[in-house]
Design a protein around this ligand. Sequence first.
Ligand code: BEZ
Length: 397
Amino acid sequence: MKISQLNRPSRRDFLVGIGSLAGASLLPLAGCAKSDRLRVGFMLPYTGTYAQLGVAIENGFRLALDGTGDKLAGREIDFYTVDDESNPAKATENANKLMTRDNVDVVVGTVHSGVAMGMIKVARETGTLVLIPNAGANAATGALCAPNIFRTSFSNWQPTHPLGKVMVDNGHKKAVFITWKYGAGEEALASFAEGYSAAGGTVVRELFVPFPNVEFQALLTEIASIKPDAVACFFAGGGAVKFVKDYAAAGLKDGIPLYGSGFLTEGVLAAQGDAAEGIQTTLHYANSLDNAQNRAFRSVYRQAYESEADVYAMQGYDTALLLKQALEKTGGDIADRGAVIAAMEGAVIDSPRGRWTMSKAHNPVQDFYLRRVENGDNKVVGVAWKALEDPARGCTM
Ligand code: BEZ
């Protein structure tokens, strides 16, 4: 049976409904005995500029469930879903819906770094197990690291760290960095600047657009007047489509090469069209990675959703693999907290991205690939950094 690409919204509404009923019960659910069924909460964006990312993560997660039906390591699952809208102002309220009202065993969330900061705050208070399938906020596995918080994606420090050396090796010593002004963009810039200056490059201008605005024209005019050797950036989702198209339309594409963290060209290449050709990015995944896990994952994903998997789908899939591995070690018992955490800390995931392990701070230690857009695909040029580990600044675990 095919699963629709948009994740059966009627089913999601139904499950949110279940959550509301639970919230309306006479006793607060936190602390109540839980049923035999595993309670998994998705806190993801299903609307707004990152909607496509949230859907892909949920699709990827569901792909790793046992055979038919909603089961993981033999445990039947009830799903609870909250659309966090990539809105940091609603993050604590939304996290509380899942962690306190619905009393889930584990939250899979989220995409946006600012939302992740609010979610982490609630997770540290409630002790709920949280698996972050995208948001790169450095603090999640840095200053705010905690035994119950794991990430299966990347820290914002990671994807742009190898990019500076790549650009200097390509002869670009003066770069402008442009990004949305919020945690993910600012941390991507800081890490890029660190790696770029270590390699001998200089960031000559930092340009910011408020999230999730896509009015780039004035800043593209400024880039034209600065005439840097190259531009590096962080954009993702719908905003990345608009930025890449506007960059080409402004006549910058041929004279000033465009680089970025790989989110710039993930899941959006068809919409970007010719404007994306030649863009070089660094990321922990590429569609074209030639390994057995990736071939199988992509084929099953295509069959299930009639669309192509991207990095977000892969991260959702790996999140389920991590949970599955831990549950298999504890005989499906998620309440055996110490054993679940120990299993996740020791996890080795044979992923479509290549094998990765968990750092002491609970963030993937993984390879980063250099990719170049050729004929509408992110072609792997090589490994930009082998087994890159986030420095986990401020984490005392
Ligand atoms: C973030 O906010 O952390 C983020 C969002 C989209 C892609 C990558 C990172």
